[in-house]
Design a protein around this ligand. Sequence first.
Ligand SMILES: *Cc1c(COP(=O)(O)O)cnc(C)c1O
Length: 368
Amino acid sequence: MPKTNETVLEIDLKALEHNFNYFKSKIKSTTKFLGVVKAFAYGSDAIKIAKKLEQLQVDYLAVAYTGEGVSLRKSGVQTPILVLHPQPINFDQLIEYNLEPSIYSHKILDCFLNTVSAKELSKYPVHLKFNTGLNRLGFIENEVDTLIKKLNAQEVLKITSIFSHLAASEDAKEQKFTVSQIEAFTRISAKINAQLTHTPFKHILNTSGILNYPSAQFDMVRSGIGLYGFGNNKETDTQLKPVASLKTIISQIHKIEPNGSVGYNRGFTSNKPTVTATLPIGHADGIGRQYGNGKTYVLVNGKKAPIIGNVCMDMIMIDVTDISCKEGDEVVIFGQDNSAEEFAATANTISYELVTGISQRVKRVLIE
Ligand SMILES: *Cc1c(COP(=O)(O)O)cnc(C)c1O
């Protein structure tokens, strides 16, 4: 692999394929697979990832907002796209680009019905979202009867699927709660099958759900973080490959005398002769200030170097006193050998937050 000459986020599509096949092997061959590509495909590159997933014959894609779906359509992605959290202001655009909304409340339902009716369209595909305990978005169980009455009285919308979302699928301590969510969804599904004039397909599992509750796979599963290489547990992580690696280089090396200081507000002071390296990446790139002051490591020539002092907007400084290195050498912020999950954990956060926060200033480089 050629070494980088600047800060880049490498995106490894082979790793994506590996992870996709791993999760496919965990489900029945008849179960559909939805790839979640919201938030620039978890901070990587939504278009490249969506096109690769399309090539791998993913059944569905999901984004959070309409604009994300529009950008995929404009790039030529043809796979059905579920918009998880649409807003009425974007309904015209959503329809124009053949995106499929999650309908999560009566207000959204009535508003979407009106928009589609006004265009004299019929049987527009939509997905009903049920709240089974996350208490974030969705209809509740005792709204099912009135909902079905409303839906059976119209032909404007077609209920393509019904779904729910688990609150704690990665958390063994919350197994009882998760099972109660799956049971609620099963009851809702049965009611809908019995009363709706046609049978929508069903889905509830996210990445950790696929791993921990495979018997609840229904007709489709939805994976995001797993596709990008994180399984929310150590054992699975060893089976997966990170899609994104954040790399940079050493811009300058400094020799710091005892009692010298490094960075703004003299965040680091040396008690012995110290060698530091300055890297062209900072909080504006998504490496927040919480990663400074010695808690977090990067890899320099395979060795761990702590980030010292305060993280600056465009730079960080690392301690390379005991590492043989020179200006221009490659530095791995996170990747195969120092995972984003571990990096994030040093600041009490999770891989999801770290990877989705890598700013658009960082060049994305595709590894095919
Ligand atoms: C983001 C999201 C997912 C993906 O979750 P992962 O834990 O990343 O697999 C699935 N379903 C819904 C509704 C989501 O919002």
